[in-house]
Design a protein around this ligand. Structure first.
Ligand code: GLN
Length: 263
């Protein structure tokens, strides 16, 4: 790996969209790069950011948010910033978007109370909260990634099907149109607790209900994002040096055991 390779991570609205430890995804990406000698810059993509900043990033992270915060974000994002974000994802910039973020990337989100919030319409999905009296989808979630070519890439890396362990906490239910699901649920609710799908996958963007935070619990996913982002930026094949993930894999084994699932 050449020392000149660097990565710019764009972090969507860190102050409004970081529920349930989603900032852990940003820290995980940053550390895994730094441990390999790849310098990282983190740019907040928020109310203070210029539109041009949205176009400068190599990898995008978006966390969860409460309904009220989602509305504030969408109000700021509308227009030029939304177009810049859409262009980035359309051109294949890798990203990971959790819970409230994918709801914003879809056509709309209907909150528990109040008006429908229009989304970016980038992902062909809609999300609806069944109302303040409906129970939330809360708990540990386990799913197998099935989206192509992500599933094939990860299976090759791991030598077995990619199993994701996370934690979900959402009131909204998401229904997919013409977009690949990220995976199929093995334990938990996933998109809506009905159709067995979890998340969505578009170009190189991962959309999921899984907090966790997702990446420290599933470090191979972090490495996929880093590798894809560097390959896209430098237009060359990238091989990441291996890291010691013993603790992460011990944590995964413990959680699978607790959920009475085979490791
Ligand atoms: N407001 C959304 C919901 O409850 C998202 C919640 C979240 O991001 N954790 O469905």
């Amino acid at each position: 790996m050449s020392q000149t390779q660097t990565l710019i991570i764009g972090w969507l609205y860190p102050n409004l969209m970081s529920t349930y430890g989603d900032r852990g995804n940003v820290i995980c990406l940053q550390r895994r790069c730094q441990w390999r000698g790849i310098p990282v810059t983190i740019k907040p993509l928020d109310q203070q950011a210029e539109v041009s900043q949205f176009s400068e990033v190599d990898l995008i992270v978006g966390g969860g948010a409460q309904d009220r915060q989602q509305e504030l974000v969408m109000r700021d994002l509308k227009g030029a910033k939304a177009a810049a974000l859409k262009a980035k994802l359309d051109e294949g910039t890798p990203g990971v978007f959790t819970c409230g973020s994918p709801q914003l990337l879809g056509h709309y989100y209907e909150p528990a109370l109040g008006q429908r919030i229009d989304g970016l319409g980038l992902l062909d999905l809609v999300s609806k909260h069944p109302g303040p009296d409906a129970s939330r989808c809360i708990g540990n979630v386990v799913f197998e990634i099935t989206a192509s070519p992500l599933a094939e890439d990860l299976s090759k890396m791991l030598g077995k099907p990619p199993i994701i362990i996370g934690f979900e906490n959402h009131g909204g239910r998401t229904y997919l149109g013409d977009v690949q699901p990220l995976g199929k649920v093995l334990k938990g609710y996933g998109n809506n607790g009905e159709d067995g799908y979890e998340g969505a996958f578009y170009r190189q963007a991962i959309a999921t209900y899984s907090h966790g935070p997702l990446l420290p619990k599933n470090p191979f996913l972090a490495d996929w994002l880093i590798k894809r982002a560097l390959q896209k930026k430098y237009q060359t094949e990238v091989t990441l040096s291996p890291l010691d993930d013993t603790l992460a894999y011990q944590a995964r084994a413990t959680m699978l055991k607790r959920l009475e699932m085979a490791a």
